[in-house]
Design a binder for this molecule. Structure first.
Ligand SMILES: Cc1ncc(COP(=O)(O)O)c(C=O)c1O
Ligand SMILES: N[C@@H](CCOP(=O)(O)O)C(=O)O
Length: 462
């Protein structure tokens, strides 16, 4: 299996090289050259299998000869052994035909753990075998950073630098990033918003001298391995509701488009998904683009679902690549236009996108009202991101097709918003109960590429 860039002008790489590389050298994102199909009988055979076994069968065709079957099974087992639920991703029924896929039972209480715990293991195995050392730099609106730090803390062959927007993440998220004491962990609080952090990370990848000197690697969903790991729970949940004999739809709280793009890959592999619904908060550029074709960022507005406060949605580039018939130069042109201010999707590409994706948005009031209503009606306390999803799902229901909404974080990561909406305080799990007492360690930095690179060079000795 080979990997190609969405912009068509970077070296073709193996799974291992694409994973360790992160962003392609032409600025694009890696994708498999072709998507391996899963036959209906193979999907049916997933019924009753453990999460780990489904993970093995779904991901195996993508990894080529990077690991033997035994090695890959061991990596998967180690990745998910620390999850707080035997099913890893349990389904809970909310209403007639509406289900919640709880993705917050991992170590940092967000869906990011599914991919990050796996790539932590994949990186460790690869780096050890290659005798290599890397410097991971990631941008976060709160959850990717804590999940990455948890996955890579204390690893000898890795330094991990996480850029988060100063005062724009929840206190729990911040403390998850600033309290680990391992010397290979570096939390950087950047002046600005998430898009600034993500732009600086991409700038570092495009600064080849810096990139090669420090051995840069990326664990945002620009990294294909992140997306791949997230494909698995589309299969486990759809099969639990009757796939391949019955279609299901998914609503996905969306920011950087990685999670819903994993659903798109599952569908391309053959999982019978009816609709994939993009659910945004008031930072609704994806919803606007899918309804009007215009993709012009107009500023990030802080919301009660801060992890989705994103206007430059990185993985949308992967969806555009397919919508433009895998034309890398067309994608490169759109990304150039985005740098100048924005772009408009062609009518043909818009139609292709709409064949796969619907979209909706939830206002702040609708999000809070959904938390309150669900808590009263079902006892399920939603985090604000999951509530955005549930609100949008409810407005897009087709009674003939079961709907699965992804619950992307635990409510205890956003206690202020949840309590204000529902009157209930969501407690942290026992193992994290001293989070507010732990000492914090963080470096404040301006939104300036040189300043950030200097810190990284100094700390890594390059
Ligand atoms: C809790 C939560 N929900 C939803 C999202 C959106 O996911 P994606 O960026 O993959 O679209 C994020 C951040 O990415 C998140 O942290
Ligand atoms: N919401 C994310 C933003 C980064 O997304 P990623 O999936 O590309 O890593 C976060 O919590 O950091």
């Amino acid at each position: 299996m080979q990997y190609i860039s969405t912009r068509g002008d970077a070296p073709v790489l193996s799974f291992e090289a694409a994973m360790l590389t992160g962003l392609a050298r032409d600025g694009g994102l890696y994708l498999p050259e072709s998507i391996p199909p899963m036959l209906s009988a193979d999907i049916a055979a997933l019924h009753g299998q453990s999460y780990d076994e489904v993970a093995f069968r779904v991901m195996r065709p993508f990894i080529g000869d990077t690991f033997t079957d035994d090695e890959f099974r061991e990596i998967i087992a180690r990745a998910y052994e620390g999850f707080g639920h035997a099913a890893r991703a349990p389904l809970v029924q909310l209403d007639q035909g509406h289900f919640l896929l709880e993705l917050f039972h991992g170590p940092t209480l967000a869906f990011k753990d599914f991919a990050m715990q796996l790539i932590g293991q994949l990186f460790e195995a690869s780096l050890k075998r290659n005798g290599q050392r890397v410097c991971i730099v990631g941008a976060t609106s709160g959850d990717t950073g804590s999940a990455a730090i948890e996955a890579f803390r204390g690893l000898d062959a890795v330094d991990v630098f996480i850029l988060y927007p100063h005062e724009r993440v929840s206190e729990v998220q911040r403390r998850q990033m600033t309290t680990p004491s391992e010397s290979n962990v570096h939390a950087l609080a950047v002046t600005g918003h998430f898009d600034d952090c993500q732009a600086r990370v991409k700038d570092m990848f495009n600064d080849f001298e810096f990139r090669d000197a420090v051995g840069l690697a990326g664990v945002n969903s620009i990294n294909w391995a992140r997306v791949l790991a997230q494909v698995v729970y589309y299969f486990t949940s759809a099969v639990a509701l009757g796939a391949p004999h019955r279609k299901v739809s998914f609503t996905v709280p969306t920011g950087n488009f990685g999670d819903i793009f994993a659903g798109y890959i599952a569908k391309q592999m053959g999982l019978p998904i009816d609709r994939l619904i993009v659910a945004t908060n008031q930072n609704d550029i994806l919803h606007r683009c899918l309804t009007t074709s215009d993709y012009t960022p107009d500023g990030v507005i802080p919301s009660i679902s801060p992890s989705m406060d994103i206007q430059v949605s990185s993985n949308f580039e992967r969806a555009l690549y397919y919508a433009y018939d895998q034309d890398g130069s067309a994608v490169a042109q759109l990304m150039d236009e985005l740098r100048q201010g924005g772009f408009s999707v062609s009518q043909g590409a818009l139609q292709a996108l709409r064949e796969s994706f619907d979209s909706g948005r939830a206002s702040e009031e609708e999000t809070s009202a959904t938390i309150a209503r669900l808590s009263e009606k079902t006892g399920e306390l939603l985090c604000p991101h999951s509530a955005v999803g549930v609100h949008v799902a409810e407005t897009h229901r087709d009674p003939a097709v079961p709907m699965i909404t992804l619950a992307t974080a635990h409510p205890a990561k956003f206690p202020a918003a949840v309590e204000a909406a529902s009157g209930q305080h969501p407690p942290l799990p026992e193992r994290m109960s001293d989070l507010y007492e732990r000492a914090e360690r963080v470096t404040r930095v301006e939104n300036d590429l040189g300043a950030i690179e200097d810190i990284i060079r100094e700390r890594t000795g390059h």
